[in-house]
Design a protein around this ligand. Structure first.
Ligand code: DQQ
Length: 551
């Protein structure tokens, strides 16, 4: 790489900026939101993202696409902005979009522009020089905008083209998020040449009462493999996933189902409808939005990115000079049950694992707390396998009580549990006045067992003025289960937790006052009546990822 400067020494950045992360993706400064157009091209991973070039808050009328490249999805070089307002289709902003790699290794970007009237329209951008693996320069198609809001779609609620796929008839398809009245929809367009697009009169997917569907995604997953698959694949070896970011709830939901491509009305038929209850499937039950995945054909993985916003104030963002993080890229695949996706941090992250502390076969009696000593726990990767007691002793719940919202509320959480809560206390101060708790608690419901997983930052900071919601989810567990795993990625102001091998994920943002740098501690605890055993715990201090800037 020529003309690369390493960004300011991490130490100095972090002592003034305790909440800047050590290994999660961040630009040098300013506001960042949605991941855009991630892809692999000629040996290089590309990551684009929504960015305000002028400041640390969302840039109404001036959003651009930031651009960074990497060989391993962990260490990054920031390049110049890739897509900025420059044509009639995007004079007021370049909003989110996706990459499609056409046959012959030709990457194209479909993205939303805000035009001079403030309307949302869809544009095409192409790399200027395909022999540059960094794809530093992008140009706009002269016919932009290629799509304006069709009838039945509001002009201000028409955005975020997905990655396109090719149907059996050879035509390209793309879905775009939209709204009419209170109905949210993903509308389908088709094209023979990627430039002239024709809207399908029937929505590909629609939900009443949801408001606009942002950042829709549509991709296949193998039924019997953890490998990823190209977006165009359509045969009996795959099922399809539709992801919608519902603006009104500011949450990402996904649906597994059937791509009815042969019927008169080409559409997606989900196995389970959106219910607006805890039963809806989500990639992450914490702070997480506008996610975007891509098929990494170099390693045959589908990799998912997600935006994690701030939970301190707007003024804090201005003072910090930045806002917004991305999760660690996660490999995703269909669970053997076919009923949900599984997620796991990409294995490249493990290169950053440094000093390791292990605990094996330690019993955690009721009410015990054990410090994991020797690990600077402000930047760590922790994996624990808990051995469970006999499940028969689990508390009984009525089916009507099975709701993570109810179970994580004070009234239930304050009751002493039988099996759990047990788990980790992370980014904790020495005296534990500050801590974020990630816990499991097992219940019996009629003839099955469920696990409640909670990420609770309510005591994460002595600072005032922070938003500290308790996040929770429940999932069924096998009645013969003997162990349950928890992996937590701790990185100064972000905590990403993966329960039961990636079946349930929860991300939180925290801003401790005491538990920073060397003063961040890590504990394992058990508050349930029954003992649990730490079958195996491994905690690694995480090295700093490299972030460089090309000048
Ligand atoms: N963010 C983008 C929009 C998208 C929203 C603008 C989702 O394109 O709908 O920054 O966070």
């Amino acid at each position: 790489m020529e003309n690369i400067t390493k960004d300011a020494s991490p130490k100095s950045v972090n002592s003034e900026q305790p909440y800047r992360t050590g290994y999660h993706f961040q630009p040098l400064k300013n506001w960042m939101n949605d991941p855009n157009g991630p892809m692999y091209y000629k040996g290089v991973y590309h990551f684009f993202y929504q960015r305000n070039p002028d400041g640390a808050t969302f840039g109404h009328e001036k959003m651009v696409w930031g651009h960074s490249v990497s060989k391993d999805l962990i260490n990054w070089t920031h390049l110049n902005d890739a897509i900025e307002p420059s044509c009639i289709g995007d004079s007021k902003s370049c909003f989110s979009g996706s990459a499609t790699i056409l046959p012959g290794e030709k990457p194209l970007m479909l993205y939303t522009g805000i035009d001079g009237k403030g309307h949302q329209v869809q544009n095409l951008a192409m790399p200027k020089n395909l022999s540059d693996p960094y794809l530093r320069e992008w140009e706009k198609h002269p016919q932009n905008p290629l799509m304006t809001a069709p009838s039945g779609v509001e002009e201000n609620e028409f955005r975020d083209p997905s990655t396109a796929w090719q149907g059996k008839d050879g035509k390209w398809r793309v879905i775009i998020g939209a709204q009419k009245g209170d109905q949210g929809k993903a509308i389908l367009y088709k094209s023979e040449d990627f430039v002239n697009w024709i809207v399908d009169p029937n929505p590909f997917y629609a939900t009443d009462g949801t408001g606009v569907c942002e950042c829709p995604e549509f991709f296949p997953v193998y039924i019997n493999s953890t490998n990823g698959v190209d977006t165009t694949m359509e045969n009996s070896s795959v099922r399809h996933v539709l992801k919608i970011s519902y603006y009104r709830r500011h949450l990402d939901f996904y649906f597994i189902g059937k791509y009815a491509s042969d019927s008169d009305q080409e559409k997606f038929i989900p196995d389970a409808k959106y219910t607006e209850t805890y039963k809806d499937l989500r990639f992450d039950y914490g702070l997480y939005y506008a996610s975007k995945s891509f098929f990494d054909y170099a390693t045959n993985r589908r990799i998912l990115w997600g935006w994690v916003e701030e939970h301190d104030s707007k003024q804090d963002s201005i003072d910090k000079g930045w806002a917004g993080l991305q999760t660690i890229p996660r490999k995703i695949w269909l669970d053997k049950s076919g009923k949900q996706l599984i997620q796991w941090p990409i294995e490249e992250l493990e290169k950053l694992r440094d000093k390791q502390i292990s605990i094996t076969g330690e019993t955690l009696l009721s009410g015990s707390i054990l410090e994991v000593k020797g690990v600077t726990a402000s930047q760590a990767d922790v994996e624990v396998l808990f051995e469970l007691p006999d499940l028969q002793s689990a508390e009984l719940l009525e089916p009507s009580e099975v709701d993570p919202q109810i179970l994580s509320a004070e009234q239930y959480a304050s009751r002493k549990g039988m099996i759990g809560p047990f788990g980790l206390q992370v980014l904790a101060s020495k005296d534990i006045t500050e801590k974020t708790t990630i816990s499991f608690r097992i219940y019996r419901v009629v003839d099955k067992y469920i696990c409640l997983m909670i990420s609770d930052p309510s005591r994460s900071s002595l600072r005032q003025g922070l938003t500290k919601p308790i996040y929770a989810t429940v999932f069924d567990i096998d009645p013969n289960i003997k162990t349950i795993s928890l992996r937590t990625l701790i990185d100064r102001s972000i905590i990403e937790s993966f329960g039961d091998g990636g079946r349930a994920c929860i991300t939180s943002r925290v801003y401790p006052l005491l538990a920073i740098e060397k003063d961040a501690h890590l504990y394992v605890f058990n508050d349930g009546n029954q003992s649990v055993v730490i079958s195996q715990l491994n905690a690694w201090i995480m090295k700093q990822a490299e972030f460089a800037t090309e000048s």
